[in-house]
Design a binder for this molecule. Structure first.
Ligand code: TNX
Length: 519
């Protein structure tokens, strides 16, 4: 199957260098896809001389069982004020073809006398529509001219992710939905929500109501408390599914739990009030170890699994049971980062037991890299975040990685050196677009893909979140979709630069990157 696939793809991909080839008596120009402004760059693009003009009223044909791609197509046409009716001899057709030799998210898009989008799945067709969206202008016109082209495309990695920290500062439902649409337009497909941390617990848990009543009322900015009810979260999940985005919930355990401890003091060790500061968090000593927290120190809090296993594991099981009932993702992210406190010794055992709870809920474990010290199942994923962390032992167990090496992917770091309100601990010059783009997932082993976390200690508004996420998430999209031999930073900036109107039409308040001529 794979061999067959390479046969189909490689001739197109390898000849992609701007030369003119003769095929029969028709001159066919095979170019790099960079003559089309597409991000991420498709695997193979063959441009045919000529263009196709679409009028203001067209006929379309869509299969009954391709709901999400059909909705994406009709919303694109609505946005461009193109009227459509369902008809046989259609100008734009979505075709489900189970025999197509591409991966699950792959598709072909051909524009000749008509526009034909083909895939084996609704997901593949959905991505074909996203490509068509980028080939069309962002705003309505009186008519539309499309280049004649044959595109064959599929992602290199199945995990192309964004993480939003909604715990340090809360992020509202409207932003999440807008973010999902924007992600989808760049073919990003995993939205990891960091739902709990010291400064806020953001997901309603019916069996432990004070988690949100008390733990949801605080935030680093002091003003942005809030939480999602389970009904709201269900609505977000459905919206995400319509956009081929999977939401991965993270409940950060056993550290980063001050919001839970403030709500239920008994989750902390009884002697916590008299113990010395942990991880140099001088502002969290004495009674503050049991109180809500709005500072930015990390590593001081922990559930007291060492002394209160019955209570703590009952808590974890109750919470994860509700989370698993709500989220269809096969993964439960249980955090596991930065236990730099009294519970450090009990940490490996904690991770092993929580993995058993996750197993009992019929889910796979996802955790930050430190969880590699636990005895976890080999179908776990670990999220690699410290550039130099020794992850080899986990790889030996067969575990795969989500790559978030901080010096490439931490979007709470500056778009440029010295950007106000950004962290510098991992990359003191910030993480400009070119640095993000230079990540080579191919250099790591056992990789499912890439994810860019946006921690929010210093992100207290939607505008700031946009500035940190965009345009850098477009680089994450290309690094995780397009194979290394086809990536080129200069060509990427040209293609992305030309998509500015598309970002504008989605209302993105992106960083005006001089690299893209947007300043
Ligand atoms: C490290 S990365 C953290 C977060 C902070 C972030 C700030 C990770 C698993 N933990 O708690 O928000 O640094 O950049």
């Amino acid at each position: 199957m794979i061999k067959k696939l390479l046969y189909v793809i490689l001739p197109l991909a390898l000849s992609a260098c701007g030369n003119v080839e003769q095929s029969g008596d028709r001159a066919t120009e095979t170019t790099t896809a960079s003559t089309l402004n597409l991000v991420p760059l498709p695997l193979a693009v063959e441009q045919i001389p000529g263009t196709l003009t679409l009028g203001k009223t067209i006929s379309i044909q869509t299969p009954a069982n391709a709901l999400h791609s059909t909705a994406a197509l009709t919303s694109l046409l609505d946005q461009l004020a193109i009227q459509y009716n369902q008809n046989d001899n259609a100008v734009i057709s979505l075709v489900l073809d189970p025999s197509l030799a591409l991966s699950e998210e792959g598709y072909t898009l051909s524009i000749d006398e008509a526009v034909t989008l083909k895939a084996a799945t609704d997901a593949g067709l959905f991505y074909a529509v996203q490509t068509l969206r980028q080939l069309l202008p962002a705003e309505a016109r009186s008519q539309y001219t499309l280049p004649k082209v044959m595109i064959e495309d599929q992602p290199q990695y199945p995990w192309r992710g964004s993480m939003l920290d909604v715990a340090r500062n809360f992020i509202g439902v409207d932003y999440l939905k807008a973010h999902i649409e924007r992600m989808a337009s760049f073919k990003l497909n995993k939205l990891h929500l960091h739902l709990t941390d010291d400064q806020g617990w953001r997901l309603q848990i019916k069996s432990w109501p004070k988690l949100t009543e008390i733990g949801g009322s605080t935030s680093v900015s002091g003003s942005n408390g809030g939480f999602y009810t389970q009904a709201q979260m269900r609505d977000i999940i459905t919206f995400a599914q319509q956009h081929q985005v999977e939401i991965i919930p993270e409940i950060d355990l056993p550290g980063h739990t001050q919001a839970a401890i403030a709500a239920y003091n008994e989750l902390a060790c009884d002697d916590v009030i008299t113990s010395p500061p942990q991880n140099q968090c001088e502002d969290v000593v004495g009674d503050a170890r049991l109180a809500p927290y709005e500072g930015t120190c990390v590593g001081f809090s922990a559930l007291c699994a060492s002394q209160k296993p019955d209570l703590v594991y009952r808590f974890v099981e109750d919470v994860l049971t509700e989370v698993a009932a709500l989220f269809p993702s096969p993964y439960l992210h249980i955090g596991g980062d930065e236990v730099l406190n009294e519970e450090a010794d009990a940490f490996p055992e904690f991770i092993s037991r929580v993995d058993q709870i996750v197993a009992s809920l019929d889910r796979k474990l996802l955790a930050w890299e430190e969880a590699s010290v636990g005895d976890i199942r080999s179908d776990a994923l670990l999220q690699f975040w410290n550039d130099d962390y020794d992850i080899a032992p986990a790889l030996e167990k067969g575990i795969h990685l989500v790559l978030s090496p901080c010096s490439y992917t931490y979007l709470d770091h500056g778009n440029y050196n010295g950007q106000p309100d950004t962290y510098t601990w991992c990359a003191k010059e910030g993480i400009p677009l070119e640095r993000v783009y230079s990540l080579m997932p191919e250099n790591y082993q056992q990789v499912v893909g890439v994810e860019a976390p946006m921690w929010s200690e210093k992100v207290a508004s939607d505008a700031t979140a946009d500035n940190r996420n965009w345009p850098r998430l477009a680089a994450i999209a290309e690094v995780s979709w397009t194979p290394a031999q086809q990536r080129d930073y200069g060509a990427f900036t040209q293609r992305l630069s030309a998509l500015r109107a598309h970002l504008d039409s989605m209302g993105i308040q992106y960083y005006r990157a001089p690299e893209l001529g947007w300043d």
